[in-house]
Design a protein around this ligand. Structure first.
Ligand SMILES: C[S@@+](CC[C@H](N)C(=O)[O-])C[C@H]1O[C@@H](n2cnc3c(N)ncnc32)[C@H](O)[C@@H]1O
Length: 226
């Protein structure tokens, strides 16, 4: 395989194309707001200082595959859940391009599913979030949230070694609280824009391990669950 930085750059190029296409009027104003791929690539490099590639990454709301595909290119087993099927069609194509270009080793486990990132067993606990879901029903394929997405993946938020999430702003605090509740003890979180939420908990000190400044979008936050 080609060197890591070349592989990451190749995936960044694929994601830049895909993001540009999603922004174009032809995509019918998808409203998709991806993290800058270059920033994610830097976060992957930073993550390698804290986690070896035997670790399993889970991307909550993986969109067109930004974090997932870069983590897979670095060699992490990489899985994702995304509620929007249109974005998943982009993810599928981006993955195929990355495989064809030799940027991701086909032997690296990489899978995703269309559905809700909130495990069914936690949904009663998060009634407010469900209410928001209903309010957003018109823009979400709500049928996708009827069954547990994790029944179709080899990992869930309580078993993942690495959890990436950049959810919609209305869900940020909810997601952070959920991860504090259910992630496994030594899980690593990669949470762009979550610094203020991390700092608002009493775990802020232990979690305060910052890797990279983001381009106008806050910071990539990597924290280990206390
Ligand atoms: C701000 S975008 C970030 C996309 C990508 N993860 C990134 O960082 O570039 C949020 C993504 O989360 C997805 N999403 C929002 N709520 C979700 C839910 N409850 N379950 C699964 N995906 C969700 C959206 O469709 C969108 O793709």
């Amino acid at each position: 395989m080609m060197p890591l930085l070349e592989r990451l750059q190749g995936v960044v190029d694929i994601l830049d194309d895909s993001n540009m296409e999603l922004e174009s009027p032809r995509s019918g104003e998808s409203g998709y707001i991806p993290s800058p791929p270059q920033m994610l690539a830097e976060a992957v490099v930073g993550l390698l200082a804290h986690a070896d590639i035997s670790k399993v990454s889970l991307d909550l709301g993986c969109g067109n595959g930004g974090w997932m595909l870069l983590a897979a290119a670095a060699g992490f087993a990489s899985h994702g859940v995304e509620i929007n099927p249109f974005l998943v069609s982009h993810l599928q194509r981006n993955y195929e391009r990355a495989i064809a270009a030799g940027l991701i080793d086909p032997a690296t486990p990489c899978s995703w599913t269309i559905g809700d990132m909130i495990p069914v067993r936690l949904s009663a606990q998060y009634g407010e979030f469900r209410r928001l879901h209903k309010a957003q029903e018109r823009t979400m394929p709500i049928a996708a949230v009827r069954e547990d997405s994790y029944a179709r993946l080899p990992v869930d938020p309580s078993t993942a070694d690495i959890v990436y999430c950049w959810a919609w702003p209305t869900q940020s605090r909810f997601v952070f609280n959920m991860l504090q509740d259910c992630a496994k003890g030594d899980a690593l979180f990669v949470l762009p824009s979550y610094e203020e939420y991390a700092a608002s908990t009493d775990k802020a000190e232990e979690n305060a391990l910052h890797l990279a400044r983001l381009c106008g979008m806050g910071k990539v936050y990597v924290g280990r669950r206390a």
